[in-house]
Each structure stands twice: as C-alpha cells, then as structure tokens.
Design a protein around this ligand. Structure first.
Ligand SMILES: [Zn+2]
Length: 81
C-alpha cells in the first residue's frame, strides 16, 4: 500500500467500512510509515473541528429566504442604528 492509497482509504477506515483484508494492509502501512501517522493525526483533528461546528445545530443558514427580503431586513437594521 502506498501513502496515496492510505489517504484514500482513511475515511473508509475511520468509518469502519473497509473489508478486513484492506484493513490489515492499511494497519500494516500505518505501523511502518511515520508520514501517514502524522497525516492521521491531522485528519482526526480536522474531524474534531468539524464536529465542533455541528454542535451548534440551532444556527441554521436559511436557504429559502428571498434575497430581496434579506436586503430589506439588512436595510431595516441600518435604519434602526
Ligand atoms: Zn504512508
């Protein structure tokens, strides 16, 4: 397994979606390759950051608000200030 293959398999591996055979090859590369160990560390911290964003589900971005309405609201706010 190459480092490129390793990075491509990583998300599947972390999601436990790799077949046992691929898992073993993945694990073996991981044991032998410091570059990929560093890669996994940074990948995991990226996932943690992503989860952090998802802990604020009460701040949805409205997708169906017409742009004119948004502009009107923003204009109204400016007037209040
Ligand atoms: Zn590697």
């Amino acid at each position: 397994m190459t480092c490129r293959e390793f990075s491509e398999f990583l998300s599947d591996y972390l999601a436990s979606e790799l077949p046992a055979e691929a898992r073993q090859a993945f694990q073996q590369h991981f044991d032998e390759c410091p570059t990929c160990i560093d890669y996994v560390k940074s990948f995991e911290s990226t996932i943690r950051l992503g989860q952090c964003v998802c802990t604020h589900p009460d701040d949805p971005v409205p997708q169906d608000v017409p742009e004119d309405l948004v502009k009107a609201i923003l204009a109204g706010r400016k007037k209040l200030k």
